[in-house]
Design a protein around this ligand. Structure first.
Ligand code: C2E
Ligand code: MG
Ligand code: MG
Length: 307
């Protein structure tokens, strides 16, 4: 048995008993996310974060079905040939006041209250529909990468729903890649692998996103049926600044090559980073240097130039 504590003290936190109990509970949840057995004292920053999240959660529920979401697509290029290898679908939310809310803010909230399931279904359907239109119009061969939350991936009907959507929009499963993070692997490992094998049998590729930032026991890479490792932006950010980052990135690339995985570096912002990644044989580059996330209209311009 373990205990997590949330502490709110009179009179600093609040002056009524009800408020004190409520605030203690709010900080107790923060304490829980800090790990078992921890103690968290009340502070107004935690309360403000909590209240902000409550507002976003409320708006998110309203946004469902109100056409407030849209997708952008960020191009990925072959490092050596500069050929467009694929695009990553990235979600955007325009709230009723017209503000764009980042997925880094609303996806974790949607994951907590399971709204990620209808949201994730929408992303799959919308991206496949758009991709099918582009393929029919531009006849250009490129991959579509879709981010999948761990909550979505572990659902029993995940693979069947994906296959149905592929069928509905007549998209070839070989054109699709799913981006999952290492957090997926913490769940029921056998089930995770079973699903990956099933996806592979259908020709759907799996990419490990934000590689190097998760719980990272390298032993899980043994025999993992994935296709691609995406080296996290935090390593790319520092490769021109410090030797340890270069050593880590070079090691990831040589390890990936020997395990038969493709490598993608994300968050490439400078020419120097690009040249360096090219010199160490990183297969694919994604980043603001060569392409920011694009709207559908901007993507059409890009695709028309590939013909
Ligand atoms: P991610 O999948 O690792 O996506 C890459 C993020 O890095 C994107 O942020 C992209 O805009 C940003 N990025 C790419 N190149 C650069 C660069 O050169 N410089 C900088 N500063 N940033 C760069 P974004 O679109 O804000 O998405 C953040 C995260 O939200 C994604 O990280 C992904 O984890 C999540 N996300 C986005 N869309 C979806 C979705 O449809 N479903 C799920 N489950 N998660 C999503
Ligand atoms: Mg991604
Ligand atoms: Mg990433």
């Amino acid at each position: 048995m373990s205990v997590t504590y949330g502490v709110a003290e009179y009179p600093e936190a609040a002056t009524s008993a009800v408020e004190l109990i409520n605030y203690a509970e709010i900080v107790m949840f923060r304490s829980k996310s800090n790990g078992k057995g921890s103690i968290q004292y009340f502070n107004s920053e935690i309360l403000n974060d909590f209240l902000e999240n409550v507002v976003i959660e409320h708006k998110l529920k309203e946004a469902m079905g109100m056409n407030c979401f849209f997708l952008c697509y960020q191009p990925q290029y072959c490092t050596k040939t500069h050929i467009l290898r694929g695009v990553e679908a990235l979600m955007r939310w325009r709230d009723i006041d017209g503000n764009i809310i980042s997925p880094t803010v609303f996806i974790p909230i949607a994951e907590k209250n399971n709204l990620i399931i209808p949201i994730g279904d929408w992303v799959i359907n919308e991206s496949l529909k758009t991709y099918a239109e582009w393929k029919a119009k531009y006849h250009y061969s490129f991959k579509l990468s879709i981010n999948i939350s761990a909550i979505q991936y572990k659902r029993k009907d995940f693979v069947s729903k994906l296959l149905n959507a592929l069928k509905k929009y007549k998209v070839d499963s070989n054109d699709v890649e799913l981006e999952i993070t290492e957090s997926v692997l913490i769940e029921d490992f056998d089930d995770v692998i079973q699903k990956m094998i099933m996806l592979r049998d259908y020709g759907i590729a799996v990419s490990l996103d934000d590689f190097g930032t998760g719980f990272s026991s390298l032993s899980y890479l043994k025999g993992l049926p994935i296709n691609t490792l995406k080296i996290d932006k935090s390593f790319v950010d520092t490769i021109m600044k410090d030797e340890p980052s270069r050593i880590i990135v070079e090691s990831i690339i040589s390890m990936a090559q020997r395990l038969g995985y493709e490598t993608i570096a994300e968050g490439v912002e400078t020419k120097e980073q690009y040249e360096y990644l090219k010199s160490i044989d990183c297969d694919t580059i994604q980043g603001f240097l060569i392409g920011k996330p694009k709207t559908n209209e901007e993507m059409e311009i890009l695709l028309s130039k590939q013909m």
